[in-house]
Ligand binder design. Structure first.
Ligand code: DC
Length: 221
């Protein structure tokens, strides 16, 4: 049986950065489920489909073939065979993703893919509903969070480091709007699983969080 770690939490809590690093040190695969939802949103945007049009999204999500593969330990998302990694991290795709991820047909399709990945290998999987829906039997569940102001500042620093011009207040407003949508949607809302360990990263360095996750994994393994 594979050893699975579920990491959930709101946007910008640092899940992907710390999960990726912890997985590397533990020799496990890191599965970024947000990237799969982002690839689906990218597909809709490219097709000119309004992400809020539930029927249109549900009708066309079957045509988006999303797979992942690993190149040098890095997760590569393939959308109908094309490596789309470089298109997934924009604010436009992020917003559309939060909208399409509330649609049951989209969740069903990606849930099956995620469960199949976790069944065949030891992995750290991050997202919003991993501990509650995708891997309810995960040996370790972590709920990673941070204040929205801290999360906004981290996102701002990340974007400005890439040379993008952005507004901190706007980013915080977008993060809070996304939290609200992710936490209050009908299907698979973001909630802390009762058996998840709460890790608040607001006043912790990345290294401290990585070490805490590794310690928890070693304890449970
Ligand atoms: O983690 P992220 O920022 O890449 O996620 C983008 C969006 O995808 C986020 O608004 C919520 C959604 N998502 C989800 O609903 N379920 C997941 N398991 C992962 C992401």
């Amino acid at each position: 049986m594979s050893f699975n770690v579920a990491i959930d939490g709101p946007a910008g809590a640092g899940k992907s950065t710390v999960a990726k690093e912890a997985a590397k040190r533990l020799g496990m695969i890191y599965v970024d489920t947000g990237a799969m939802y982002r690839a689906m949103a990218l597909y809709m945007l490219r097709k000119g489909i309004d992400p809020a049009d539930q029927e249109a999204v549900a009708a066309s999500c079957g045509q988006a073939d999303i797979t992942i593969r690993y190149e040098g330990g890095v997760q590569v998302v393939l959308l109908n065979g094309e490596n789309v990694n470089s298109f997934l991290r924009t604010e436009e795709v992020g917003k559309a993703t939060s909208v399409i991820s509330a649609i049951p047909a989209v969740r069903k399709k990606l849930l099956e893919l995620q469960q199949a990945l976790a069944a065949k290998q030891d992995c750290l999987m991050d997202g919003r509903d991993i501990g509650t829906c995708v891997l309810p039997g995960a040996q370790l569940k972590i709920y990673l969070t941070a204040d929205s102001a801290v999360r906004a500042k981290r996102r701002y620093d990340e974007l400005t480091a890439k040379g993008q011009v952005c507004d901190l207040k706007q980013i915080q407003a977008d993060i809070e709007e996304r939290d609200d949508r992710d936490m209050h949607r009908e299907i698979s809302p973001l909630v802390q699983a009762p058996d998840a360990v709460l890790v608040d990263t607001s006043r912790k360095t990345q290294e401290e969080v990585v070490r805490q996750i590794i310690e928890l994994c070693l304890e449970r393994r």
